[in-house]
Write a protein that binds this ligand. Structure first.
Ligand code: NAP
Length: 458
């Protein structure tokens, strides 16, 4: 794929960039390794000062950065602005808490290990390669970069090929705020060049957020090099609605949960599993609310859903729905590619899905909701877990026993009760099954790329 910014509203090329050649790649790896030798020995307070300055720069640049996000991947401008501010908040969160998260622990009774003192401490490990997706072009990167840099690691970013302007903005952000030269740089490279970078002995670990095939490939390379890897992959999150729930709130939240980010978030709710007693009422209200959304230019105020980010992504979503409809499913609303330029796909609600259809098993990365009828709580849980994914989940109920049943039973990295899945700097984020390994955000996220060192003293 060419490294190019392409406007998904009309397919026009905004800008194209030459990929870095081998000399440039070598220079950036060497700079990251040199920066690590200096960054690891700086005080937390110094790093925190630089991180807070970077957050201030990002906040100050919000108009420019939000516009470039929207221009190259199509999310509504207000959501792009929210992404920028959320990223700055996460940077301040790690500036405030990194030292505490990495301080380790004292053994209360060191005599049990024959020592006068025994403790642990978390230390940085070196240069980490981050392979990142286009759907949150700033947030996905910051939630790796902020903890990594605060721990004293350095980072190399291989961003998605369709968001080079975001990659170039991030390329200079941390040096502008005071971090040593080379601490966090972008590599403008195609996916095929990732292997060489990851096999470089100066690169000690990798994190990848993206699709399952990309994750498997990077994990295989990292495994063969005995390098640590964190994977945040796809999801097909369930959103379960039981009869005791506030139906109108559940419906309103379901619409946001399915369509935020134009339906292209890993933790968008994708499968709506509704108890049979309220199924028909839910479908009617949900379909009406989805049909009422404004689809259009993401730069325009009032747009709820913009185009999908890439033509191939739009075709993939359209193909999943077409496959279901041709096998007997029903599009209650939406379900067809509109005429006209750009990579638009309408908010869509599909019912009558069977396990023979691709839509049952595959992730719909666009504003397409699959609705399933459940006989009871056990049936709802069965459907929810009948997937290879396990990222997040939501359950709507006011029954305490039901709530406990779903929290215990859902195979997912998170359960949101009477709400929708959202990432917060304070909560660990990650999945089980094919949704990935490891955690981002919170104390767990910063510790992923650290050496947990045990210290024993006679
Ligand atoms: P993608 O095709 O896997 O791309 C993600 C990144 O991986 C890009 O930088 C891409 O580079 C690179 N890449 C692709 N194939 C690779 C390979 N074989 N080796 C090394 N790098 C490779 O994913 P996407 O379609 O852009 O993103 C959508 C997917 O990401 C969805 O499945 C979504 O659920 C998932 N996602 C997960 C999370 C999470 O936190 N769990 C968050 C956001 C998105 P190029 O662009 O150059 O191909």
């Amino acid at each position: 794929m060419a490294i190019a910014s392409i406007n998904p509203v009309d397919g026009s090329v905004i800008a194209q960039f030459d990929a870095h050649d081998d000399n440039e790649i070598e220079e950036r790896i060497a700079a990251a390794a040199a920066a690590y030798r200096s960054l690891r020995d700086t005080a937390f307070a110094t790093r925190a000062g630089w991180m807070r300055s970077a957050a201030d720069l990002l906040d100050a640049d919000v108009d420019r950065v939000a516009e470039l996000i929207t221009a190259e991947m199509g999310k509504p401008l207000a959501q792009a602005r929210a992404e920028v501010h959320k990223s700055a908040t996460a940077m301040r969160f790690y500036a405030d808490h990194a030292e505490e998260f990495l301080s380790g622990a004292e053994l209360d009774d060191p005599s049990v290990v024959g020592a006068s003192a025994a403790r642990t401490v978390y230390q940085p490990i070196g240069v980490v390669l981050a392979v990142m997706p286009w759907n949150y072009p700033i947030w996905q990167v910051i939630r790796f970069a902020a903890p990594a840099l605060m721990a004293g690691n350095t980072g190399l970013l291989k961003h998605a090929s369709n968001v080079p302007q975001a990659a170039l903005y991030l390329d200079t952000l941390f040096e502008r705020s005071g971090f040593p030269h080379g601490s966090f740089r972008s590599l403008l490279i195609p996916a095929a060049k990732v292997e060489g970078v990851l096999r470089d002995r100066r690169v000690v670990a990798a994190t990848l957020t993206g699709s399952e095939p990309a994750g498997r490939s990077v994990a295989a390379i990292a495994g063969s090099e005995v390098k640590h890897v964190v994977l945040e992959l796809g999801g097909s999150d369930p959103f379960i609605v039981m009869p005791s729930a506030d139906l109108d709130r559940a419906v309103a939240t379901a619409v946001s949960a399915r369509t935020s980010n134009n339906g292209q978030a890993c933790i968008n709710a994708k499968r709506f599993i509704v108890h049979r007693d309220i199924h028909d009422a839910f479908v009617e209200k949900f379909a009406a609310a989805m049909a009422a959304l404004t689809v259009g230019d993401p730069m325009a105020e009032g747009t709820d859903v913009g185009p999908l980010a890439t033509e191939s992504g739009r075709d993939e979503v359209a193909g999943l729905v077409a496959d279901a409809l041709s096998s007997g499913a029903t599009a209650v609303v939406g379900g067809a590619v509109p005429d006209g330029p750009g990579w638009f796909y309408p908010p869509t609600v599909v019912t009558g899905i069977t396990d023979a259809m691709r839509l049952y098993r595959e992730e719909a990365f666009g504003p397409v909701a699959s609705v399933y009828r459940a006989e009871d709580a056990a049936d709802a849980l069965r459907i929810a877990n009948d997937t290879t994914f396990g990222l997040s989940s939501a359950v709507w109920t006011t029954d305490d026993e039901e709530e406990a049943f779903f929290i215990r039973g859902l195979d997912a990295g998170a359960v949101f009760v009477n709400g929708m899945s959202i990432s917060y700097p304070h909560l660990p984020f990650g999945g089980v099954k094919d949704s990935g390994v490891g955690r981002e955000l919170s104390a767990e996220g910063i510790r992923e790329f650290c050496n947990l060192k045990s210290i024993w003293k006679a």
